[in-house]
Design a protein around this ligand. Structure first.
Ligand SMILES: *Cc1c(COP(=O)(O)O)cnc(C)c1O
Length: 394
């Protein structure tokens, strides 16, 4: 008889988004015709930019004629896209080769798949509050997880603890849910820790394009020694609106070796075994993101989300409420007023002003008492939500 993967029994129910959906549905049923202002979404709302749409159309046409048709794509990514990414990193002074870049169908896929590189006995370190996928992918694989809690005392940017024996370390910066971004020296401390211990950092850079402070690192490879201890996982989802189009990339330096094994070579072997590459059409769309036009247009879209962030931040400033994020990330992480708990504040906003956000407790116990707003809503809804929040909490 087949033996199922019993580690699935150890997964905790991911009640967060389910609970939010249940509570909002009940509210709408009891208040027909009411319009909710959804400030909780982790999905983009603006469409793909013109440069991408044009490239996608052209690529579809390529597939229509024998001379320009593409069949199977190279498993690790189309050379034209890998080269475009090399140039994008070179602008920031990071020197990579095309073979160090692996095109993927998205960061979530990679965050799960990449674990194929590691033995089950590795200890995983997750910084809480955390993006739930890091935890679940490792639980499914039967790995032990340690949690490093963060809080206001370190602005949700904890330092490595030398006594912790972490093998695989997840770092998400700019962070979802807190919007906090590690400074160069803070990130360098993690790189040093990983090199000293022989650990590997899985660096989730899904929000790098939202960074506006010049001095903050966009990539872990801006730090000394990262090429011997880090894998960077990137996505086109939030930066270029590809959430429904699906595209990402992963950087595994050739210098990343453990126990005589070269992680880059291992990943080539993995991809050539387990994938047949990402769609030619989508990769063409992705390459257009790195064109001059594409960069200009995606940043125009990002600016719209950033204006939303400003509106929400001004409201919280006016109220004197503690928060982090917003400036270099599309999330604002606020302290619930009057000592309210996360879900209590969720209910309060829903009932009183029909604003929906995300309770911080859903990202880990240390998120209790905090609340996440996303800036991906429309400018109109965001302005209205901010106005109502100020009125309610003044
Ligand atoms: C949205 C998000 C992703 C998702 O990436 P996809 O490329 O859409 O799979 C990855 N990491 C974090 C932290 C995210 O918030």
């Amino acid at each position: 008889m087949v033996k199922p993967n019993m580690y699935y029994n150890e997964l905790k129910d991911s009640y967060l988004f389910y609970n939010i959906a249940q509570k909002t549905r009940t509210y709408v049923e009891n208040h027909p015709g009411v319009k909710l202002l959804r400030m909780g979404i982790g999905d983009v709302s603006l469409p793909l930019c013109d440069a991408v749409i044009k490239a996608l159309h052209e690529a579809v046409d390529d597939q229509a004629s024998k001379s320009s048709f593409h069949g199977y794509m190279p498993e690790c990514g189309a050379p034209f896209l890998r080269e475009a990414i090399v140039k994008y990193y070179a602008k920031r002074g990071i020197s990579l080769s095309a073979e160090e870049i692996f095109v993927s169908s998205g960061a979530s896929d990679e965050l799960g798949d990449i674990l194929d590189l590691f033995d089950r006995s590795n200890q995983v370190l997750v910084i809480e509050p955390a993006y739930p996928a890091y935890v679940d992918a490792n639980v499914m694989a039967g790995r032990k997880i340690m949690y490093l809690v963060s809080g206001e005392e370190n602005e949700f940017l904890p330092e490595p603890n030398e006594k912790t024996e972490a093998d695989i370390i997840y770092i998400c910066s700019p962070n979802n849910p807190t919007g906090a971004v590690f400074s160069r020296s803070q990130l360098q401390a993690w790189v040093n820790y990983a090199n000293k211990r022989g650990s590997i950092i899985l660096f989730d850079a899904a929000y790098e394009a939202f960074i506006e402070d010049e001095i903050l690192p966009h990539s872990i490879f801006e730090l000394d020694g990262a090429e011997t201890c880090a894998i960077e996982i990137c996505s086109f989802s939030k930066t270029a609106g590809f959430t429904g189009t699906r595209l990402g990339y992963t950087i595994i330096p050739k210098a990343l070796k453990r126990n005589g094994m070269n992680m880059n070579e291992m990943w080539v072997r993995n991809r050539t075994t387990k994938t047949n590459g990402v769609s030619y059409i989508i990769q063409k769309g992705g390459a257009a993101v790195f064109s001059e036009e594409g960069q200009k247009q995606i940043h125009e879209n990002i600016q719209i989300y950033k204006k939303n962030a400003k509106v929400l931040m001004q409201a919280l400033d006016q109220l004197g409420i503690w928060y982090c994020g917003g400036k270099n990330a599309p999330y604002i992480w606020m302290k619930c007023p009057r000592g309210m708990k996360s879900w209590e504040f969720f209910d309060y906003l829903l009932q009183e002003i029909q604003v929906v956000g995300t309770p911080g407790e859903g990202f880990g116990a240390c998120g209790e008492g905090y609340f996440r707003f996303s800036t991906f809503s429309s400018p109109e809804d965001t302005k209205e939500a901010a106005k109502r929040i100020v009125k309610l909490l003044s």
